[in-house]
Design a protein around this ligand. Structure first.
Ligand SMILES: CC(C)(COP(=O)(O)OP(=O)(O)OC[C@H]1O[C@@H](n2cnc3c(N)ncnc32)[C@H](O)[C@@H]1OP(=O)(O)O)[C@@H](O)C(=O)NCCC(=O)NCCS
Length: 183
């Protein structure tokens, strides 16, 4: 019974996938491969506002975490990526680590579409919560997660996470957004 309800809701989530201002023809979303690591690293560097990880971390996304990550492509060119993983001690929670969209392709729904794509995968059948950490100045990111919470018709909660003093260099605090439970 519960499973049936979950499936119905996931169909609703899928049906809502819309890419704004896009003819849909050349756009695709898939899990990243290790060979995408170089492009993801460059994209993180060009994003502005992201903590850029070592290139090796972006290779690992394709090697170890591809089931819960996504890349959006148009005509074979990567336009954006989402890195995410299920919390090791709470597999019902998907933690969105980084989202980066090519500046020319923002506000087209790509970030939301990739996150929904991940949620609709078999690996996320048991996922009922989303989490992400956001800096207070990142309005775009805050709006992205507020919009997801609205689509999923569930609560969004802000909690303390990484205080600014935890970073070795000057850095805003990172607060945690928690969305759920959904389905
Ligand atoms: C944040 C970011 C990932 C959003 O990606 P995106 O593909 O443009 O987002 P979407 O088109 O899916 O939009 C999702 C929602 O956020 C809103 N939004 C997106 N960018 C926005 C902006 N710059 N200002 C205000 N709202 C914004 C959209 O209007 C949409 O809301 P709606 O559904 O109510 O219309 C993108 O701006 C980015 O790559 N920023 C730099 C890196 C970063 O800060 N990443 C997030 C932290 S990990």
């Amino acid at each position: 019974m519960v499973r049936h309800k979950a499936t119905q809701n996931r169909v609703t989530v899928s049906r809502n996938l819309k890419i704004k201002n896009h003819p849909d023809s050349g756009l695709s979303i898939r899990a990243p491969l290790a060979k995408d690591g170089k492009a993801l690293y460059q994209m993180a560097k060009n994003a502005g506002g992201l903590d850029v990880n070592a290139e090796y971390a972006y290779l690992l996304l394709g090697a170890h975490f591809s089931n819960t990550c996504a890349v959006a492509l148009e005509d074979e060119e990567i336009l954006g990526f989402v890195s995410a993983y299920r919390l090791p001690d709470r597999p019902d929670t998907l933690f969105i680590w980084q989202v980066s969209i090519d500046p020319q392709h923002r506000k087209r729904g790509l970030a939301k579409t990739m996150i929904r794509d991940i949620l609709n995968r078999d690996i996320c059948q048991a996922v009922r919560h989303l989490q992400a950490s956001i800096t207070p100045s990142n309005t775009a990111s805050q709006n992205l997660f507020a919009s997801l919470a609205r689509d999923l018709e569930c609560q969004i909660t802000k909690l303390p996470f990484f205080d600014a003093t935890l970073f070795s260099e000057s850095h805003e605090e990172e607060f945690l957004v928690h969305i759920g439970p959904f389905f």
